[in-house]
Design a protein around this ligand. Structure first.
Ligand SMILES: [Zn+2]
Length: 252
């Protein structure tokens, strides 16, 4: 009998030059077990060629093509896109380049079809690039990059930016291995989430914060200053406070 995994292996043809391996040391938030690492088989895979109505283009070739992912994960990407378009003020999405979704490799939620790597997003009103390797320290591009990161972090607890490691200098990785299909919250001990907070503090709100990846006093002070100026009373550790902070970052 041919195993389901073998069938999937035979069908795996989409090349993936983005992240294929994730660190297995990232602690999960308190309310969920750490499920990063190990091998997994997707529940189901569907082919998709758009996100938020915008055609997907493989970043490496520049050619429009379809990718595969868990059907519920595709719905999640579309829900994220609607939220991003409504808050960012950039207008409808016209084109998204990507390094891919499903790929049959261990130690990554790509293997479950529940991960996606963003390259460049083109809207009617402007472009947002995840290609830190190309734009470097350009302040305007960094601002948009971290606004996008904030938007993604609201929907995907595991949002990996260029601050995470060199593998992510050309894309932002998202997966819902930790957050599933529930709303996200903030865990102070998550290095991944603290990096998003610190990037937003520095490059969207223009305040000093270290890029330490730990929720230290300076970061806490900067977040409080931003919350006060925006009238956000819910703390970051409560889901409404986390989402209000991220929404404010996306609006800029
Ligand atoms: Zn990835």
């Amino acid at each position: 009998m041919v195993s389901r995994r073998a069938l999937l292996l035979g069908a795996a043809t989409v090349p993936l030059a983005g992240c294929s391996r994730l660190a297995s040391t990232e602690p999960g938030p308190d309310w969920m077990p750490d499920r990063i690492g190990g091998c997994r088989t997707p529940d189901a895979l569907t082919s998709f060629s758009t996100v938020g109505g915008a055609p997907l283009v493989y970043e490496v070739t520049g050619v429009a093509q379809s990718f595969r992912a868990d059907p519920r994960f595709v719905e999640l990407l579309d829900a994220w896109a609607a939220d991003w378009v409504s808050l960012s003020g950039l207008g409808p999405l016209r084109r998204i380049t990507t390094y891919g979704a499903f790929v049959d490799k261990c130690d990554s939620w790509h293997a479950a079809g529940r991960a996606f790597d963003f390259g460049v997003l083109e809207h009617d009103g402007g472009t947002v690039s995840c290609r830190y390797d190309q734009f470097g320290e350009d302040p305007a591009q960094l601002r948009r990059y971290w606004q996008l990161s904030a938007s993604l972090a609201k929907w995907f607890t595991y949002t990996l930016t260029y601050r995470y490691n060199e593998q992510h200098h050309n894309h932002i990785h998202v997966d819902n291995g930790i957050s599933g299909y529930d709303e996200t919250g903030f865990a102070q001990r998550s290095r991944v989430q603290v990096m998003v907070v610190q990037g937003v503090v520095r490059h969207v709100f223009g305040l000093d914060a270290p890029f330490s990846g730990s929720y230290d006093g300076a970061t806490r002070d900067a977040v409080r200053e931003i919350q006060r100026s925006l009238g956000i009373t819910d703390p970051l550790r409560r889901a409404p406070g986390w989402q209000a902070f991220l929404d404010a970052a996306v609006r800029g």
